[in-house]
Design a protein around this ligand. Sequence first.
Ligand SMILES: C[S@@+](CC[C@H](N)C(=O)[O-])C[C@H]1O[C@@H](n2cnc3c(N)ncnc32)[C@H](O)[C@@H]1O
Length: 284
Amino acid sequence: MLSYRHGYHAGNHADVVKHLVLLGLLQKMLAKDKPFTYIDSHSGAGLYNLDSQEARLNAEHLSGVVRLWQDRGSDPLLNLYLDKVSEFNSARALHHYPGSPALAFSCLRPDDRMHLLELHPAEVETLRFNMGRDSRVSIHHRDAFEGLLALTPPEPRRGLALIDPAFEDKDDYQRVLNVLVKLQRRWPVGVLALWYPMLARQRDRSIWLKAAIKRENLPDVLSVELVVQDQEEEFGMHGSGMLIINAPWQFREQIQATFTEVVSVLGDGAQYHCEVLTTSAHKA
Ligand SMILES: C[S@@+](CC[C@H](N)C(=O)[O-])C[C@H]1O[C@@H](n2cnc3c(N)ncnc32)[C@H](O)[C@@H]1O
């Protein structure tokens, strides 16, 4: 069932959480003078037009990236994110929003590599059009869960994977857990970043996922959640989070400073929650 299209949601509060964490992790990769591989398991189209019919339907970007854009604050990671978004827009107004592949691509150095996976036939075509002209980028029309395991450990071995399922099926939670456990065994040095929704009617699912990941005792797991409370209960997603496995040193402190500012700019009762779920033996 591939009914989800990210064009309807680009730049919303969930993208804000996901893309801030992604850029923060990419900065950690760039801090060392060693090449890295970036893997995006659920890439989407790569780049979105905020003036399109889909984006305008619910205009979710207005309560996400646009609010931050209008009132930047001073946090360096937040400003980096907004500067990256600016690079895709020529005027002062926002017309385009970069998805995770475009944001990650903007950080690549000559020896870094990137694998983009996408299963939807139309989305992968657009992804090829948007992202397929650089020899550092490989685009794969294949299933994320099978492809992630097939492509790891990658070369260069140092790296980061963003896992961003649409969670259309409740079995996706179990599939995600299984793949994270296998992936971490195959690629112990990889930083794995999973996005998950916090759904008004199905709160137990994200709670289950976090508890299950904790039970598996994967190393250095950090969760960061952003809850926006200005939405109706029946609207569905009242927030979302990122689970980071092999979270880099001092990442928690950095992300807390960024999200303190994000919730103050978003206002309307927005809250963030950051929690260390596991610590590896050598860091304990
Ligand atoms: C949330 S969107 C991705 C957004 C993108 N990561 C970003 O941040 O810009 C999820 C994408 O996963 C794709 N998808 C769904 N199931 C998939 C699967 N099993 N394998 C690969 N892609 C899948 C969907 O077609 C959709 O484009």
